[in-house]
Design a binder for this molecule. Sequence first.
Ligand SMILES: Nc1ncnc2c1ncn2[C@@H]1O[C@H](COP(=O)(O)OP(=O)(O)OP(=O)(O)O)[C@@H](O)[C@H]1O
Ligand SMILES: [Mg+2]
Length: 416
Amino acid sequence: MRRERLVVGLDVGTTKVCCLVANSMEGLLEVIGMGMSPSRGLEKGVVVDIGRTIQSIKKAVEEAENMADMRVDNVLVGIAGKHIRSLNNTATVSITRQDRIITQEDVRRVVEAAQTISYPPDMELIHVIPRQYVVDGQEGITDPVGMTGTRLEVDVHLVLGSVTAVHNLVRCVETLGVRIGQIVLEPLASSMAVLSSAERELGVVLLDMGGGTTDISVFRGGDIWFSKVIPIAGEHITNDITVGLQTPIEEAERIKKEYGTCLVDAVGEEETVDVATIGGDGTRAVKRKKLAKIIEPRVEEILDLAMQEVEDAGYRDLVPAGIVLTGGTALLDGMAEFAQQRYDLPVRRGRIPQGIHGLRDIVESPIYATGIGLLKYAVEGRDFARRKAHAHFSSRGRSGGMFGKLMGWFRKFLRG
Ligand SMILES: Nc1ncnc2c1ncn2[C@@H]1O[C@H](COP(=O)(O)OP(=O)(O)OP(=O)(O)O)[C@@H](O)[C@H]1O
Ligand SMILES: [Mg+2]
């Protein structure tokens, strides 16, 4: 029997909110709806204005609902921001029963034990990702249930985020009557969309260069080892152009996309670009080399900061598959060549892999990598991440009581 199910990914980015709806069938995803709206309430990946963020999400979700002709009531939502911390931990439990056969309960116990780390009260666990299990010294086990042993160990990757940042994001989504199936770290989602299993296995750095944040993650042996979010990306390049060429921000953004490059040497002396002046009363010709000279140092700074994080974490020499670039800023002309020369590593722009259909433009642009990745995560990510559901948020307002009724009314009002 063919089994179909609907999955929805919500990427609340700094520059845009994107909602994707897909049909998932036998491992294949077909995108059947999308909605996108400019993001208004975020700074550097974090919600700073709840009202405006709700409006942006509402518009994207409604558009996606209309296109897919269905009601969105459960989503996977991405999270980023420099509050994110990640670390690796291990734990061990003994199997003392007579038969020594490892059960689901033993797995739950050991994963639970691996989460007992001390962290500040203003942080909470977003992901607990079991990377491998070790049974009586035998490594590399992905599912130990049914095996025999006396000692069960687990290696986990833990991701923590600020309680406030998580809470604000959850509130924005749930105010609209949409439940959150899971919160997923954005770089983890993007990785599902753009990395091949060979790259994941060999060792690779994934850089998702968006508008407000650059998300860094390192994969090895098929799993995530490191993740970090730095608060600098495409918007900073645009700001520099605004100042350097004294032009309005929208014009700086347009020029960056159409004529921008980070390879100063590749630009001819005679090339010029018409740039609108502030006040909008005319244009003037600016050398394209001047534009490139503004962009190049910023790109260098962003990439250096990201690669320094990789170096500090000890992975610089453990990524033979090099660097994969995604996110809107990865579209900047010359980006891959620039990174390749600077770090002497193979660099490629991420493509969306096999198994995704529908809405061609969407599935191929790096701008949608996080959204597509969330869809893939919904289908494939089950045993890869374990996150306690946000029970305290999800049930609130959906249950009875005065508060619930009020929230129900408020949602109806918001959604019209
Ligand atoms: N062709 C292009 N050349 C250069 N930059 C581009 C191009 N297209 C998009 N960008 C830049 O990409 C950025 C938006 O990327 P993206 O949609 O991945 O960000 P986001 O997900 O909204 O933000 P974040 O992930 O940082 O929260 C903007 O800064 C935009 O200027
Ligand atoms: Mg993004």
